[in-house]
Design a binder for this molecule. Structure first.
Ligand SMILES: [Zn+2]
Length: 391
């Protein structure tokens, strides 16, 4: 057995239990948001005792939030194993078990974050226990992020400072989101925008007294639907269950009275672009088209991103990590319907796949769980990846 100094490191059940015991809910409402700093400190403790060099990167906007960058080994051909440490909020009344510990039942571990995705860190540590870490000769970098469930500000901060954090010493990345250990190389992007129109209110009996924002919104909606048709005929990808980019008109509010000219109107839309479509291009194209249809109407237009959104993920089918993971798991790489931090890691030049234990169906659900029988096969694949890239 390798002589790793991991006397401080508990067994895998204890690892999962300790991670679940530290609540780390991310939420856009400040009353619910908890920060992740305590879980980052715990992980840093464990990885330090395994000999990793640990950097805790505080996030600028919140002192309770941080990323962990834990590195072992030197070189420029290494591997990143990445995951988020935050969870979604929960409705405790819907839970049959305590969400803040690992409850062992039906050959599963139940608890908030068990599947999405605290168990992945336990698996990495479990894999490391059986490796002679003195033999690591390419960097193995563990990234544990904050705020994936809300703004992805953790992954953004890592991408922004990738050079000084030494992350470009790796060439490949695996994000351990729940995919039943099937390699994933593509997902759609997401953007949500508010379109605000301001005209002029006035008495309904004389249209000349005002400028109707609701009627202007009619022009906007027609233009958006035309644009959607164009996008859907220009971009298709048969790998996705919904093979075209989508645009949903999800919320509208305007005016206050039938006998008043509508002074202002707001529409909120959601766009899910395919790989190859950039959010910044979509935003400027939308602006250009809406400016054109509202020209000479006297209506003021404002478009506001409701979230930062995220880009589509697109890692080449022929990239080395995709090929290797397909071979190791004996599964063809997949596309998924959920978003991840992968576009940020692809953006800094890492060839990235998403592959982790657990099923996304259990994520964000009451009584979230991970099957115990999924843990050892996942540990084995992570161990093999470390061997392949870092030893
Ligand atoms: Zn997740």
């Amino acid at each position: 057995m390798p002589d790793n100094k991991h006397t401080k490191i508990p067994d895998i059940k204890q690892l999962i239990d300790q991670l679940l015991k530290i609540p780390s809910i991310s939420c856009t409402s400040p009353e619910i948001d908890q920060g992740n700093i305590h879980i980052i400190n715990l992980l840093a403790d464990w990885f330090e005792s395994l000999g990793f060099h640990c950097v805790i990167q505080a996030l600028e906007h919140d002192e309770n939030k941080a990323n962990l960058i834990a590195t072992l080994g030197h070189g420029n051909n290494g591997l990143v194993l990445a995951g988020h440490t935050d969870t979604v909020p929960l409705d405790e009344a819907l839970w049959q078990v305590d969400p803040f510990k690992a409850t062992e039942k039906n050959d599963r571990f139940y608890g908030l974050g068990s599947c999405d995705m605290k168990s992945f860190f336990a698996i990495i540590i479990e894999a490391l226990k059986s490796i002679d870490l003195k033999k690591i000769n390419q960097p193995l970098i563990i990234l544990a992020t904050a705020d994936e469930e809300t703004s992805m500000s953790g992954a953004k901060a890592i991408a922004k400072h990738a050079n000084s954090l030494g992350i470009n010493n790796a060439r490949f990345a695996v994000i351990g989101e729940p995919t039943d250990m099937q390699p994933v190389r593509m997902h759609k992007g997401m953007m949500m925008e508010a379109i605000q129109l301001v005209g002029q209110a006035g008495h309904s009996s004389d249209p000349a007294l005002g400028n109707n924002a609701l009627e202007a919104m009619h022009k906007v909606i027609s233009e958006l639907l035309n644009w959607r048709d164009e996008l859907q005929s220009k971009y298709t990808n048969p790998l996705f269950e919904v093979p075209v980019p989508t645009m949903n008109l999800g919320h509208i509010h305007g005016g206050d009275n039938p006998n008043r000219i509508c002074g202002s109107c707001e529409l909120q839309i959601d766009i899910r672009p395919l790989p190859g479509m950039k959010l910044s291009d979509l935003r400027s194209e939308m602006q250009r088209r809406l400016n054109r249809v509202l020209q000479e109407t006297g209506i003021q237009l404002k478009t506001i991103p409701l979230t930062d959104g995220f880009e589509a993920m697109d890692t080449d089918r022929h990239s080395e990590i995709v090929q290797l993971a397909e071979k190791m798991t004996n599964t063809e790489s997949q596309v998924v319907a959920f978003g991840t931090e992968a576009p940020y890691y692809n953006g800094i030049g890492l060839e990235t796949i998403v592959m982790g234990p657990g099923n996304i169906k259990q994520a964000h659900q009451p009584d979230e769980y991970i099957e115990m029988k999924s843990l050892m096969p996942a540990t084995d694949i992570i161990r093999k990846l470390i061997f392949h890239y870092c030893l």
